[in-house]
Design a protein around this ligand. Structure first.
Ligand SMILES: [Fe+2]
Length: 246
């Protein structure tokens, strides 16, 4: 049993195209998508056309929720640009997305944690803005009641696998379309992949054990960085071009 996990596409259709082509080259047809599909100053409309045409089992991210809950004038700049490119059909699709889902009775899917779409499951942010692996006890506490061998989450954009003491595996595939960003909550911090490539994961069950393969895919990230710069987003331009915020 083998399938691909994508997350945090953030309206970057060139990165999504490259990842979908890479998935296809691996001979994989089944895809799950962990949300935050469109938010960002890039190509939300084109991304929506591609994503809606895939048959991926998709859960809703916090930014997907903002796009259908907030009035455009109240939105963060990145959400507002994405919203301006989306049609009613795309918004209706966002409204239809569940908070969480189960894939083939094997994998539990959520955007961030089972109870909150805006909290990192696997990482802690210290008051000085350092982001690091959360203690296993805290990770395990969030997984209580999740009775599946494989647990998939996104949101932090950091590719990572954590095995719980009982053998359940939690995997974050990283971000398809946004390799670096900063955030004010819970403390100001940066997440930087350190490279500009699109990230996703392949999950394969071998001898009863789920094994992740993390993949990084090259695409025309300079074109997306230029688009971000044209739209006055130096932060996105730097993140897309290099994987660093500078
Ligand atoms: Fe998110």
């Amino acid at each position: 049993m083998r399938f691909a996990v994508i997350a945090d596409v953030h309206g970057n259709h060139l990165a999504l195209d490259a990842v979908l082509a890479d998935i296809s080259r691996q001979g994989i047809a089944d895809i799950v998508n962990l949300g935050d599909c469109f938010s960002g100053p890039l190509t939300a409309g084109k991304t929506a056309e591609i994503l809606l045409a895939t048959d991926a089992v998709t859960v809703r991210g916090n930014h997907d929720r903002y796009l259908i809950e907030q009035a455009p004038e109240a939105m963060h700049a990145s959400d507002r640009v994405a919203h301006s490119q989306l049609g009613e059909r795309h918004l209706e699709w966002l409204r239809s997305l569940p908070f969480n889902a189960v894939y083939k009775d094997e994998a539990y899917l959520c955007h961030a944690t089972p109870s909150d779409d805006n909290v990192y499951w696997l990482e802690t942010v210290s008051p000085d803005g350092h982001i690091h692996l959360k203690p296993i006890e805290e990770i395990e506490t969030l997984a209580v009641d999740i009775d599946f061998p494989l647990i998939l989450c996104g949101h932090s954009h950091i590719p990572r696998a954590v095995m719980l003491p009982d053998g359940r595996l939690i995997v974050n595939p990283g971000s398809v379309g946004c390799p670096a960003y900063d955030d004010d909550l819970p403390h100001y911090h940066k997440v930087e992949a350190g490279h500009p490539f699109a990230s996703y994961a392949i999950m394969e069950k071998l001898d009863g054990i789920w094994i992740p393969t993390f993949r990084q895919v090259a695409y025309d990230y300079r074109a997306m960085a230029e688009l971000a710069a044209e739209r006055g987003r130096k932060d996105w331009a730097s993140g897309l071009a290099t994987g660093w915020l500078r």
